[in-house]
Design a protein around this ligand. Structure first.
Ligand code: ZN
Length: 440
């Protein structure tokens, strides 16, 4: 069922009320997604899922439903450019391993619907999901798009593409032959430029909106060093060339500087993690406008888990400690150089719905709160190729709108307390209307 504009959805139940006409959302302050300061008050007029008017003095159309959120700040719906909605790490690494071998695809897909709901309710109305299994991302994206389940609008990558035995080869670390035949391009594992092209084509054939690659080793994989380059220059050149030819943007998981530079040289659109990038890599990104998603939330969470004494295999602990020790200094250097920083968190490594912690982590390392807010709105909309429809509050754009209490430029952690969520004109959350049976 496709929900009409301005319905109030009670999650898990049904639509209880739908306003037929325009909806006006007001709050004391507003961030439009690109300006350097908030405006006051904030007024957004929504008609048929789109923003019709926005400003401090926008007129209220006759018969409009008016929602006044009081002491709150309106913002464009948040975007997270690095999620994994088909998975979520628990507190028990060994149990997660067993579950990954035991759970049927249907059960994992149903789990994913819960992760998608939590993400949306935290104010993230769009995500770029950069690596999945069993086409769960494609199914989830389609079900959300068709209004069957609540969740963020998704751009999906299908399989992340990497080398045999690399970070994106899910069979690395297991007994030879355990999963039958060796992994190949149909699993996102490719060796040689022709094979990476094949992997790109297969992903797009089966539903990819974006192409994700693993240019270096990773923290949570079992058999590689975290900083090793894992694809050659020729392989990355072919991958990016093929993706761009087929009108798909590209993202590269890259911790080490050598692999990151190969990806940047190949024309990658974003570097994910970027933990050990050196001056040359950061300068190359700055010169080319390559976006960097530092995924600070992932390291923050794994560090906490280790401090709590949670078990990780010793080889992962060593890599995690190296990455956590390096990323803050790299972030500060990138910020100083003016590298374009996006908002990507690696949700799934930590529990879904906590995505907004990334704002506070970036501000702690010196980013201005207003610039942190831009990363998850206008910067990410541009990275996803959706700047004409999303990322700012402007007339004509899709009505994705969230509100947080107080002023997030004074306390960035207000972004972790989202109280209102509208996606395409449909209200999924309004905590300030909690006492009423439904908004109407
Ligand atoms: Zn990731």
């Amino acid at each position: 069922m496709r929900l009409a504009a301005s319905c109030f959805l009670v999650l898990g139940l049904s639509v209880t009320a739908c306003a037929a006409g325009p909806v006006v959302v007001k709050a004391r302050r507003m961030f439009d997604g690109s300006s350097d300061r908030l405006t006051s008050p904030g007024i957004v007029v929504v008609v048929a899922g789109k923003i019709q008017a926005v400003g401090t003095t926008a007129a209220v159309p006759e018969g409009a439903q008016v929602i006044d959120l009081g002491d709150a700040t309106l913002l464009p719906g948040f975007i997270d450019a690095h999620t994994h909605l088909a998975q979520e790490a628990s507190d028990d690494w060994k149990q997660d391993m067993i579950d990954s071998l035991r759970k049927p695809v249907a059960e994992r897909a149903l789990d994913a619907t819960e992760y998608a709901r939590k993400t949306l309710m935290a104010g993230f109305t769009t995500v770029r999901d950069v690596g999945s299994w069993d086409y769960i991302d494609v199914g989830l994206r389609n079900a959300i798009r068709d209004g069957k389940i609540p969740g963020p609008r998704m751009l999906v990558a299908v399989h992340a593409i990497g080398a045999t035995g690399g970070h994106c080869d899910g069979t690395a670390g297991f007994e030879h032959g355990l999963f039958g035949k060796e992994t190949g391009p149909e699993d996102g594992v490719a060796n040689g430029p022709d094979a990476t092209r094949t992997a790109v084509r297969l992903n797009i054939k089966y539903g990819a909106d974006v192409i994700k690659t693993c240019a270096t080793g990773g923290v949570l994989s079992l058999t590689d060093d975290v900083d090793t380059p894992q694809l050659t220059q020729a392989e990355l050149d072919a991958l990016v060339d093929e993706a761009h030819a087929l009108h798909r943007k590209t993202a590269a998981h890259a911790h080490g500087a050598t692999g990151a530079k190969r990806a940047i040289r190949a024309g990658i659109d974003s570097i994910e993690h970027g933990t050990f990038m050196d001056d040359e890599a950061l300068d190359m990104m700055k010169a080319r406008g390559t976006v960097w998603n530092p995924t600070l939330a992932a390291g923050w969470w794994i560090n906490q888990q280790m401090e709590r004494g949670r078990y990780f295999p010793p080889e992962i602990v060593v890599k995690a400690r190296q990455a956590i020790a390096a990323v803050n200094a790299t972030f500060k250097k990138g910020l100083e150089k003016g590298v374009k920083i996006g908002f990507g968190t690696d949700a799934g490594v930590y529990p879904h719905g906590m995505n907004a912690v990334e704002f506070g982590l970036m501000v702690n390392l010196g980013m201005k709160p207003i610039d942190a807010l831009k990363t998850a709105t206008s910067v990410d909309a541009d990275l996803l190729g959706l700047a004409d429809r999303l990322g700012t509050l402007e007339a004509g754009k899709i009505a994705d709108l969230v509100a947080v209490p107080g002023d997030p430029t004074v306390d960035i952690h207000q972004t972790e307390k989202v109280l209102f969520v509208m996606k395409e004109g449909v209200i999924y959350r309004n905590d300030r209307a909690a006492s009423a049976p439904a908004a109407n």
